[in-house]
Design a protein around this ligand. Structure first.
Ligand SMILES: [Zn+2]
Ligand SMILES: [Zn+2]
Length: 227
């Protein structure tokens, strides 16, 4: 993001200084030239763009909203901004569908919860990709789920476990874009089955145009979105 060099992922956390905001933080991802970008700075531009596109659209198709956001050249190829963009697209489609009343406050709450659990590189470090809790936050907020609740918490956790399963099936190596696309699809089916809210879905197949930009190598034929 700073000099364009391929990033290095370390197993052990090291103290690094963010090249943008100069804050000293612990992290696992840096470039060979010593550049490090903290999660806040890394995701800031994508989050702003996601918020702008989401507040302006009347679409009820979450996949379509997500594709619109990631088309921008400002969006880095990999990273936890995908969690914010997936959650933004999903909750926006729910808001636009109209069966539930979704306030700005609820959307902000979803982004705040996502920020706590979408941490760069942690898909490999703890096994949890931030897109799962981001979409989980959408379900939790619309269901009013909190720790200690009965059906609401169970439904939220079931949705997240289904999302984690499909993300796992798409791994080897990882791709945030494929993860987000499949997770949105699963969340949409779950929403219809369990909450009887039907969002739109294009019959056109999603074809990825980012294959050549993947720093770890695109999975190509193993990916359902490969041309
Ligand atoms: Zn660099
Ligand atoms: Zn920073």
């Amino acid at each position: 993001m700073v000099c364009g060099a391929a990033l290095e992922y370390s197993e052990k956390e090291i103290t690094l200084e963010c090249s943008y905001c100069n804050k000293e933080l612990k992290g696992n991802i840096k470039c060979p030239n010593g550049h490090y970008v903290c999660d806040d700075c890394h995701n800031h531009q994508s989050l702003q763009l996601a918020k702008e596109i989401c507040s302006a659209t009347a679409s009820t198709d979450p996949a379509d909203i997500f594709e619109k956001i990631i088309t921008s050249s400002k969006i880095p190829m990999l990273g936890c901004h995908h969690a914010f963009m997936a959650a933004g697209a999903f909750i926006t489609a729910i808001r636009n569908e109209g069966s539930l009343s979704v306030s700005e406050e609820m959307i902000t709450e979803i982004y705040d919860r996502t920020q706590r659990q979408a941490i760069g590189g942690y898909c490999g470090l703890t096994g949890l990709c931030g897109i799962a809790p981001a979409l989980g936050a959408c379900f939790a907020v619309i269901l009013g789920s909190k720790c200690g609740m009965d059906k609401e918490q169970k439904l939220t956790m079931t949705a997240v476990s289904e999302i984690v399963t499909v993300i796992t099936e798409l791994t080897g190596p990882s791709c945030c874009k494929a993860y987000a696309r499949k997770s949105i699809e699963v969340a949409q089916i779950f929403l219809e089955k369990n909450l009887r809210i039907r969002l739109s879905k294009s019959t056109e197949k999603i074809v990825c145009s980012h294959s050549k930009n993947h720093p770890h190598g695109c999975r190509e034929a193993k990916c359902p979105y490969y041309e």
